[in-house]
Design a protein around this ligand. Structure first.
Ligand code: KG4
Ligand code: ZN
Length: 359
């Protein structure tokens, strides 16, 4: 089977409807359209799964049109469809998968099912040379995991959080401070003006082993600091704090999260055969983390590959990119509406040939 030239990627795993077209010949992203639902979920303080699924249903056709237009191609130019299979919000994943299956069937092209976390892991290498083995940190709203990637197919999970993800620590922290959702970008911004030493956060130690991380204690510590500060300031809500207090809270919390991640980065660089480091996921947008991770890598004399900002938060370019490097003939996904297993490409061709004729 010849490698498909243009792959259409689809990601609907959470609150972003995204489609992208990746050119496997030039290794370039021709388009990467992301329709964010943040405004819809903001009033609830977090993602509402049922609303997110419905919004994907609404957005997909327009995102598809925009994606083709931006790439300057037509649907007939698409030679494969790649879609996020898991992990994510189940209703949201189903919407994307159904759209992907219908489209692949309509265009009579193969469908590839891609793992969302693996796609994040490899996202620093979209449009950039890759070298194995590399240590990867996927740090997002749902995950904080270190991997050793020995090839596109050989990925070892080295360690991960035992409770909250780092992005959750940003989001929950921001909520406690009355800063809205999502918390990461606003905490990042306000931290620029704050004092990192204003509030102390002890560094979490996980009894299960050095390879694990934990962030749930930070929320509790922040809550205690916020309550004490409310007494000092004689206010009843955190949103009544003066701006400098909020900035100090943000800077101290961000510093604690980044130091925790960087300590673990040092541990895995010492204890693995990694020759470089790749940082990915929504929290990889964090300005302090980008600087500090680069400093750690410099001290270990290894390259630090930061995912480009447009490929940090959820996007379909990473899905199409990974499909282009990971897909094998036997990975072609069944187009049957109910099948969830990977099937043999030859079997698929046979099924296709034997399908009932259209009326
Ligand atoms: O990868 P992503 O879009 O979705 C998941 O798969 O979770 O990541 C979203 C997460 C949110 O928790 C958000 O607060 C965080 O990424 N985030 C940031 C920044 N930008 C987004 N966290 C820290 N600093 C940022 N600048
Ligand atoms: Zn993600």
């Amino acid at each position: 089977m010849q490698k498909p030239r243009l792959i259409l990627g689809i990601d609907t795993s959470c609150d972003e409807t995204s489609m992208a077209i990746f050119d496997t010949a030039s290794e370039k992203v021709l388009s990467n359209v992301i329709s964010s639902q943040i405004a819809l979920h903001q009033e609830y303080g977090g993602v509402v799964p049922e609303l997110a699924s419905r919004e994907h249903v609404k957005n997909l056709p327009a995102v598809f049109e925009a994606c083709l237009k931006e790439a300057g191609v037509t649907s007939d130019d698409i030679e494969a469809v790649a879609v996020t299979q898991t992990p994510g919000l189940v209703g949201c994943l189903l919407v994307g998968m159904s759209f992907g299956k219908a489209l692949a069937s309509r265009l009579n092209v193969p469908l590839y099912a891609v793992n969302h976390l693996e796609a994040h892991l490899f996202s620093p290498y979209i449009e950039k040379d890759i070298a194995f083995p590399f240590l990867g940190l996927v740090v997002s709203g749902g995950h904080t995991s270190f991997y050793l990637a020995k090839s596109y197919h050989d990925i070892e999970l080295l360690g991960q959080t035992i409770d909250d993800a780092a992005g959750e620590a940003f989001d929950k922290g921001a909520k406690l401070l009355g800063l809205g959702y999502p918390g990461g970008p606003v905490v990042d911004k306000k931290s620029q003006e704050g004092d990192v030493a204003a509030y102390a956060f002890s560094r979490p130690r996980v009894k299960m082993g050095e390879q694990y991380l934990s962030f749930s204690g930070m929320k509790t510590a922040l809550m205690q600091h916020v309550n004490a500060e409310m007494d000092r300031q004689q206010v009843s809500k955190a949103c009544e704090f003066p701006a400098n207090v909020v900035n100090d809270f943000c800077a101290s919390l961000q510093n604690a999260i980044v130091e925790t991640l960087c300590d673990k980065l040092k541990y895995f660089l010492k204890n693995s055969e990694a020759k470089r480091f790749g940082l990915s996921g929504g929290v990889a947008m964090n300005s302090l983390l980008r600087v500090k991770a680069a400093e750690v890598c410099e001290s270990f004399k290894i390259p630090c590959d930061l995912a480009a900002p447009q490929y940090c938060t959820d996007n379909a370019a990473m899905i199409a990119y990974l499909a282009s490097h990971q897909q094998r003939q036997e990975d072609v996904y069944s187009l049957s509406p109910i099948a969830t297993q990977r099937i043999n490409a030859k079997q698929l061709a046979k099924d296709h040939a034997n399908r009932p004729a259209k009326n």
